[in-house]
Design a protein around this ligand. Structure first.
Ligand code: PMP
Length: 406
């Protein structure tokens, strides 16, 4: 049978990198590639107790269909949590989603027509690029440095393209692990307010801070301080604070956007799991989530420091990285001209994996970068992982020196 797939399905190929990384599953390749939290820190007992409570308190309703917008007590709780973070909203501004990945998909579905422009950071989150592509968007990268999007470039691209929205990850981004400065946060919101441009703020990692005294206000809160009018849509998730398996995220936005997105969600999956939402609500009743986030963040900080100290010992020439202030990723810059896709092939032969930088750029530039996850690999294995990476780098350099000399 010859299947006639839609145009959208035809554009959604599996990436070469994903295929390579899939091959490493079940082998002894140490993966610094995936964006996975540390399994050992999942609050298994507490989550089990929360589910038990759901069934003891009212199993029948938990098993019934629920509201598309999500379980009301959880949305009310989230509205209070958001308000404590400077985002002053009610439950009517909140839509529960099956992870923030679904928020990205649904928001794109209600806002993007083919050829509409989306402005993104350079680099940005790979799976968001895939969603925007699937809706036929014209994705345009804005020059980005360690402090965030560059304001002059953003302004000229807003004027030139009149984007439907600007998609950003200002705090501990994926892949670069970077944090926008206060000046850029305010500057981007001011520019978008000036031109009536919508911002889509994705914040899965903001709670994973390595220094509790650091404070990075969301663009949503800055917009509200400047007068509001709904210039920012915000999404976050329980994936990195509780566990990704609960598949629970949320959208915070002007009610007009929440209503349209809820309509889209209805056709996608009617609603996110009633049981999971109730279990999360129970969990937040008795579990010290704030304490848990502090524990996990401290562990991630230790792992990041361990990895970077092992990397420093190698004294790799011309190779630099950011010491992340939070989140799950380090962004490594290799010498100009390096092709990290080729380095990956050698690294896998040696038994270690990372994600080559190119895939995080809308224009497929950025070959001389790689994303390294420091949260998932057991710390006892990090010396082995760095050894293997070291061998791969040496092989790459030898091969390329020989090739260039020919
Ligand atoms: N946005 C970003 C930037 C991410 O890194 C991720 C997860 N890797 C997501 C969204 C999706 O997270 P989830 O669907 O698990 O909430």
């Amino acid at each position: 049978m010859e299947y006639k797939f839609s145009g959208m399905a035809r554009t959604q190929g599996s990436s070469m990198v994903r295929d390579i990384l899939k091959l490493t599953q079940g082998t002894d390749v140490l993966s610094l590639a995936g964006g996975l939290p540390a399994d050992a820190f999942f609050p298994v007992e507490a989550v089990a107790k929360a589910y038990e409570r759901v069934f003891r308190l009212g199993g029948t309703t938990a098993l019934q269909y629920g509201l598309t917008e999500g379980y009301i007590p959880l949305r009310e709780r989230l509205a209070a949590i958001m308000s404590s973070q400077g985002i002053s909203v009610t439950r009517d501004n909140i839509l529960m989603t099956t992870g923030s990945q679904q928020t990205i998909d649904l928001v794109s579905r209600v806002l993007l027509d083919p050829q509409d422009t989306v402005l993104v950071e350079s680099p940005t989150y790979l799976a968001a690029l895939q969603v925007f592509n699937s809706y036929g968007a014209n994705i345009v990268s804005v020059n980005t440095d360690a402090n965030g999007m560059q304001l002059d470039d953003l302004e000229s691209k807003i004027k030139l393209h009149q984007p439907k929205f600007v998609y950003v990850i200002p705090t501990f981004s994926n892949p670069a692990g970077s944090v926008w400065s206060m000046e850029r946060r305010t500057g981007v919101v001011e520019l978008c307010r000036k031109y009536g441009t919508l911002i889509f703020e994705d914040d899965p990692y903001g709670r994973l801070k390595f220094d509790e005294n650091l404070n990075f206000p969301s663009l949503f809160s800055i917009d509200q301080q400047l007068g509001g009018d709904g210039h920012v849509m915000y999404t976050s998730t329980f994936s990195k604070t509780v566990a990704p398996g609960v598949r629970s995220g949320w959208l915070v936005a002007d009610q007009a956007i929440v209503v349209k997105t809820a309509n889209a969600k209805q056709s996608a999956d009617l609603h996110s799991s009633s049981i999971d939402q109730r279990a999360l609500n129970e969990l937040l009743d008795f579990f010290d989530l704030e304490g848990h986030i502090r524990t996990v963040s401290a562990e991630y900080h230790t792992r990041m420091l361990r990895l970077t100290s092992l990397m420093k010992e190698r004294q790799w020439e011309g190779i630099t990285w950011n010491d992340a202030l939070g989140g799950m990723f380090m962004w490594v810059t290799l010498p100009e001209g390096f092709r990290s896709e080729q380095l990956l092939q050698l690294a896998i032969q040696e038994g270690v994996a990372f994600v080559p930088g190119q895939v995080f750029y809308a224009d497929l530039s950025g070959s001389n970068h790689m994303r390294i996850n420091f949260t998932h690999t057991d710390p006892s294995l990090l010396p082995k992982a760095v050894d293997r990476l070291d061998r791969a780098l040496k092989m790459y350099m030898e091969e390329n020196v020989v090739r260039n000399a020919r």
